[in-house]
Design a protein around this ligand. Structure first.
Ligand code: HPA
Length: 245
């Protein structure tokens, strides 16, 4: 049983430093997770790893079975979840290839299965989401970045969009007026579902590109790939510094 799990996003289908012990297929009442959970050791620490978009990166953000993923991790005894996610940078500090540990969320997604509290309920439950991310995990990641000398931004508001298309400039302008610093497609309902299960959850966002209208011209997959290559190397270094956790 692993008490800590990493959900990998775009650019982190595999964790190079993970010494794999076994893969576990988990069936859930909510359908199939994105793939088998990989159990192993990362820098000496037992971890579980689940690639959000599937082992071959074929599941788009709006079709990820977030409920099955979180339920599966909770089911095997995971207590802490580090979510790695690619994002677009909206505000000035959110530069491409940079790591960001966001502290707030705005949810713009729609028609995703976003709660465990539905169906034949004994009572209606409203979980607190004042602080959507675990403060303890955020601080641990921030300290790990600092210890490893990794340039990072220690807060920011993550705006979760539906995808899979990228946003228009006007949509990004509206998100900026709302107070969003980052835009990504997977932050919700993942964080909300983690809270419903009582999991400690925090995100390490990797800025893949300037959000629409914030850079020069169109967003290309080439720049996204290049920035993720740099950012994911820093994620691995951050995890190495974090793993005594
Ligand atoms: N928008 C939404 N999601 C993203 C982006 C973006 O610009 N870049 C990486 N994930």
């Amino acid at each position: 049983m692993s008490a800590i799990a990493i959900i990998g996003g775009t650019g982190l289908t595999r964790l190079g430093s993970l010494e794999i012990a076994r893969r576990e297929v988990i069936h859930t009442p909510y359908g199939e997770p994105s793939g088998p959970v990989t159990h192993g050791h990362l820098f000496g620490r037992e971890v579980a790893f689940l690639p959000r978009h599937g082992p071959g990166h074929t599941i788009p953000p709006h079709q990820v079975n977030y409920r099955a993923n979180l339920w599966a991790l909770h089911h095997i005894g995971v207590e802490q979840v580090i979510a790695v996610a690619a994002v677009g940078g909206i505000t000035e500090r959110m530069k491409p290839a940079c790591l960001v540990i966001p502290d707030q969320i705005i949810d713009y997604t729609w028609s995703r299965a976003h709660t465990f509290y539905e169906g034949s309920l004994k009572q209606v439950t409203h979980v607190d989401f004042t602080e959507p991310y675990s403060l303890e995990l955020r601080h641990a990641m921030i300290a790990a970045c600092a210890a490893a000398g990794i340039g990072h931004v220690d807060r920011g508001t993550y705006g979760a969009t539906q995808g899979p298309r990228l946003e228009s400039t006007a949509e990004i302008d509206r998100m900026a007026r709302d107070g969003c610093d980052l835009v990504g497609m997977t932050g919700m309902p993942e964080a909300g579902l983690a809270r419903e299960l009582g999991l400690s959850y925090a995100t390490c966002a990797v800025v893949a590109n300037w959000a629409a209208g914030r850079g020069t011209g169109e967003i290309t997959m080439e720049e996204v790939g290049q920035n993720l290559d740099i950012g994911m190397r820093d994620v691995a270094r951050m995890l190495e510094a974090l793993m005594p956790l």
